[in-house]
Write a protein that binds this ligand. Structure first.
Ligand SMILES: C[S@@+](CC[C@H](N)C(=O)[O-])C[C@H]1O[C@@H](n2cnc3c(N)ncnc32)[C@H](O)[C@@H]1O
Length: 324
């Protein structure tokens, strides 16, 4: 497919493209997107009920290569001053093809977990450090890692493990294409300054400061605590709107174009539109792709605000479901 030229007449605000991001991304125009906020499928964790999904690769090496290739396409479509926010979670190695679910029953376990977790050469029960492995691969492919942000969940999933601590965080990697001159609005995401006896929140001239530059540990509740829309009820792996909001406020200029190549329930799109940005989402599962529009269209009370079919800013109008 030839590269798509930017449409100067930007009228509409979003578009969800139903298809494989490995096929759609190469058709988008280079240097056209301001900010990417995304959470790809984690390796061997969930089944999104669609052929060709990423996350079910036989080996973690193939998974890492796949995400690196997708990220290289993101690099191409991102403007030089653009920012890339990548949310990934870790998992533990299993020594055999069992675990969540019963492989003999053929039944899918609750929460759409992959019934047969993937095998690795790592020792059984070893934390895989998958987010780190992906991040290092991206750095090797040319990305500049500006922050490793810990999303500390204020309401993590309880764990029954008796020989380790409960997993309560995920990673958000903040990447840029260049070392200086990328978009970053520190002011928009400042946090309250906390006074301690040893260190008061005073500036260099002794002035009391009520806010401080945001730290790289973000304490946020999971999406489960947010209002449930129709697509939320069927999508098990959403990230919270509060997380996307911080990434976009810090990393996307006013009226910018936001992309999520793993759009899922449309969380990134919902927040992008609320902040006055434009949104392009790519999602492989047609059910999520269609239903996420209702999420993007709804306001705080769940009432539909508007319905626009998107003639995307820099994206081809020819991407329809049947194209891919
Ligand atoms: C972790 S979920 C993203 C959830 C999203 N952040 C949200 O809040 O709703 C990953 C999504 O990637 C989709 N996906 C898997 N493989 C894909 C591919 N090759 N191209 C596009 N989307 C894909 C899955 O269907 C799933 O909805």
């Amino acid at each position: 497919m030839s590269e798509v030229k930017c449409n100067d007449q930007i009228k509409n605000e979003y578009r969800i493209i139903n298809g494989d991001c490995r096929i759609i991304l190469p058709t988008l125009e280079s240097n056209s997107v301001d900010c990417v906020v995304t959470s790809p499928p984690y390796w061997g964790l969930r089944d999104y009920n669609v052929d060709g999904q990423i996350g079910l690769e036989d080996t973690m090496e193939t998974y890492i290569k796949t995400l690196t290739a997708v990220s290289s396409e993101i690099y191409r479509v991102l403007k030089p001053e653009g920012t890339y926010w990548l949310n990934l979670g870790d998992k533990y190695a299993t020594s055999c093809l069992s675990g969540q679910g019963d492989p003999t029953s053929g039944k899918k376990p609750k929460g759409a977990f992959v019934p047969f977790p993937r095998k690795t050469d790592l020792p059984n029960k070893c934390l895989m450090m998958l987010p780190e492995r992906v991040a290092i691969s991206l750095i090797s492919s040319g990305w500049i890692l500006r922050n490793k942000i810990i999303w500390a969940k204020t309401n993590p999933m309880p764990s029954s493990a008796i020989d380790r601590f409960t997993s309560s965080h995920e990673m958000i990697y903040f990447f840029t294409k260049k070392a200086k001159g990328y978009y970053f609005n520190q002011e928009a995401v400042k946090e309250p300054a906390v006074t301690t006896k040893k260190r008061s929140p005073a500036g260099a001239k002794g002035k009391i400061k009520l806010t401080r530059n945001r730290w790289d540990v973000w304490n946020l509740a999971t999406a489960g605590s947010e209002r449930v829309d129709v697509v939320d009820a069927i999508h098990y792996a959403k990230f919270p709107q509060s997380l996307v909001r911080l990434c976009l406020l810090a990393g996307c200029p006013e009226n910018g174009i936001v992309l999520d190549p793993f759009s899922g329930s449309g969380t990134t799109g919902k927040v992008a539109i609320e902040l006055g940005c434009k949104y392009v989402g790519i999602e492989l599962n047609p059910v999520y792709a269609v239903l996420s529009e209702t999420k993007i269209e709804s306001n705080e009370e769940g009432v539909s605000m508007r319905y626009q079919s998107f003639d995307p800013t820099c994206m081809s109008v020819s991407h329809k479901v049947e194209d891919v």
